[in-house]
Write a new protein. Structure first.
Length: 369
């Protein structure tokens, strides 16, 4: 190749020339041209500058990988933070409910009577409280006291599931700002009033008082809780269409409550059954607001007679006075007994008196005799 190559052909051959792929004769011709052509030499130089850039690619790739790692780290950190926050929240809840505890209304709102029993007393400003959670699956983690007014103290135990604490009896003391006259449990029911300790039964009965005689379900719960061993098939009906409001209790076709080895004749059986209805009527007339009378009718299977009666508020109070056996009553009428814990407890104690049958059966005014 003796003729000098033109620039256009040399530019086409430069890639092959740069890679050493041209033949000897072509190589010599391109080299001769480059010696005399600065533009083609510049083109070759620019073409060859790609080689150092290629040599830097591992470094570039390393920088890109490092950048991706940083991006990934930034993406992972929020997830880690969110996970830590969630764990702390769970730990807080666990600490709250299993170690610190909460007040009883969370655990016991449905069935408070089954979970704990509380007794209390006071002497001057000093309060002593005993709380028993045996068999409830709960334990007391702490007790706080709150003064509701002059002489009134509320006891608020904190309960936890029986895990880190054992159930059982816990005793606490508290010094009030003034002489204590009444102590309340966490539900607001009195447990001690002016020297009288209020039983668990009375605390429950206070919570079951009916403020609306039209509340059929509440009346039914009260009858179920307060009855004196009435037959299972007894039923009641509210009379609220017009005043005076009343309750009718009936049951037909039942066996006597006691075996015949205890009561073998009508002389004993009839007063027992009638007395149970009268005592239930006293509780209902005391604890149901606006209730004016209770009527009852019973037809036993084994006795050829009908037991029936009607008690008004006045009748019930006279009935209680008869069984008070000289005790000074804490209320001036039957409704007044349910206005306080100590008075309601006195009413129940009078009606529960084991001597009631001898007084009842010997009094000619009872049972229509």
């Amino acid at each position: 190749m003796s003729e000098k190559l033109p620039c256009g052909i040399v530019r086409d051959l430069l890639p092959l020339y740069a890679d050493g792929l041209t033949g000897p004769e072509t190589t010599e011709a391109v080299k001769a041209h480059l010696e005399g052509c600065s533009e083609c030499r510049e083109a070759l130089r620019v073409m060859k500058e790609g080689e150092p850039e290629a040599a830097c690619e591992p470094e570039k790739e390393a920088r890109e990988i490092d950048y991706l790692k940083k991006v990934k780290k930034r993406s992972v950190m929020p997830a880690i933070v969110a996970g830590c926050v969630a764990l702390l929240a769970i730990a807080g809840v666990m600490l709250r409910f299993f170690v610190i505890g909460d007040h009883t209304d969370i655990y016991l709102a449905a069935e408070p009577d089954r979970a704990l029993s509380m007794s209390a007393s006071a002497e001057g400003k000093d309060v002593t409280v005993s709380i028993d959670t045996s068999g409830s699956g709960l334990a007391v983690s702490g007790v706080s006291f709150r003064e509701l007014g002059v002489g009134h103290v509320r006891v608020e135990p904190r309960l936890v599931p029986e895990l880190f604490f054992k159930s059982g009896t816990v005793e606490k003391t508290y010094h009030a700002d003034s002489d204590v006259v009444m102590i309340f449990d966490c539900f607001g029911s009195p447990v001690w009033e002016s020297g009288t300790e209020i039983s668990q039964r009375i605390q429950s009965l206070l919570r079951k008082r009916v403020l609306d005689i039209g509340d059929d379900a509440a009346v039914g719960e009260l009858i179920k809780f307060a009855d004196f061993s009435l037959p299972a098939n007894a039923f009641y009906e509210l009379q609220t269409s017009s005043e005076p409001y009343g309750i009718n209790i009936s049951n037909v076709g039942f066996s006597e409550y006691h075996s015949r080895e205890h009561f073998t004749c009508q002389e004993y059986e009839l007063p027992v059954i009638d007395g149970k209805y009268r005592r239930l009527a006293c509780i209902l007339l005391a604890c149901v607001k606006d209730l004016a009378y209770v009527e009852y009718r019973a037809v036993p299977d084994n006795i050829d007679t009908v037991i029936e009666g009607r008690l008004t508020e006045k009748d019930a109070y006279e009935y209680v006075k008869l069984f008070a056996d000289g005790r000074e009553l804490k209320a001036s009428d039957i409704k007044g007994f349910a206005q306080g814990a100590a008075s309601l407890q006195q009413l129940v104690e009078i009606l529960d008196d084991p001597n009631w049958f001898s007084i009842y059966s010997s009094d000619p005014k009872m049972f229509g005799r």
